[in-house]
Design a protein. Structure first.
Length: 276
């Protein structure tokens, strides 16, 4: 016999889990009013939804960059979902920030290590993700999590939680300078700090594309490699951070901006993610 479930019971479970009213009512009925079993029921429902939506893509989400209190480490994390409606929801943004805060306090090495961490005294981050799937009814996952270390790390979050970057510097270069470089990374999406940091696979791909373009233009075969190398140099200028035109003053490169600001300040690396 199914016991009577009161509105107060349902509301209590809703406050505890964030699940919908009818889901909470059913969970309590199925669990004979036992709140722990009801929470487990909702988690299992989340797992079932996750299995049913395994072929869906989490194309939207919340992007967050953070740095440690000593500014020595930082990361960019993305909590993904299926729709921008969910991504823009205040409760989902708060949930994403709660995961980011756990990553900040525990410094896990990768996504799997992050998901194994406790979310609270009762469940893990992985369990909480399942709960959110059950509550929202969309695929929810940690899409991206990359860390970086340096003498001083600066995070930049663009308005709307759609774009973020974090840049590692050799030392503290001052808030204005470091923010300008982090904004450059966010806006211009460089592939590497400098041309020497571009991986061989990318270089060969760019050369091959350039060769085919030159051939399509009907250029003599003996000129193809020289022209392709010229296009590669253009790629370096457009796509490597230090060689890009500085967005706040396109008469100088980012390298020149840094040298004018502090000749000893170096960019060690960066991480970036964008839904824009």
């Amino acid at each position: 016999m199914i016991m009577a479930i009161t509105a107060a019971d349902v509301n209590k479970l809703r406050q505890q889990t964030g699940a919908g009213m009818m889901d909470c009512k059913k969970a309590l009925e199925e669990s004979a009013g036992d709140f722990e079993k009801a929470v487990d029921f909702l988690r299992k429902k989340g797992a079932k939804i996750a299995a049913n939506r395994s072929d869906r893509e989490a194309k939207e989400g919340v992007v967050i960059a953070k740095a440690s209190a000593d500014n020595k480490t930082g990361f960019v994390i993305v909590i993904g979902c299926e729709t921008d409606f969910v991504a823009k929801n205040d409760a989902f943004i708060a949930f994403a920030n709660s995961i980011a805060d756990i990553a900040l306090s525990k410094s896990p090495k990768d996504i799997e290590a992050l998901k194994a961490l406790p979310y609270n005294n009762e469940i893990t981050v992985s369990d909480k993700l399942m709960e959110e799937i059950g509550r929202i009814g969309e695929k929810i996952e940690v899409l991206y999590y990359e860390t970086i270390e340096g003498g001083n790390v600066f995070p930049y979050n663009y308005n709307g939680n759609r774009l973020a970057s974090v840049v590692a510097f050799s030392k503290d270069g001052g808030q204005d300078v470091m923010k300008s470089v982090a904004m450059q990374v966010a806006a211009m999406a460089p592939v590497a700090v400098d041309k020497d940091f571009v991986d061989a696979k990318t270089i060969e791909r760019e050369l091959e594309v350039a060769r085919e373009q030159v051939r399509a233009e009907g250029k003599p075969e003996d000129m193809i490699e020289k022209i392709a190398l010229g296009k590669l140099n253009k790629f370096y200028k457009d796509s490597t951070l230090l060689n890009q035109d500085f967005i706040s003053d396109n008469k100088k490169s980012v390298r020149q901006f840094l040298e004018e600001s502090d000749k000893d300040l170096k960019v060690l690396g960066f991480k970036r993610f964008s839904f824009l």
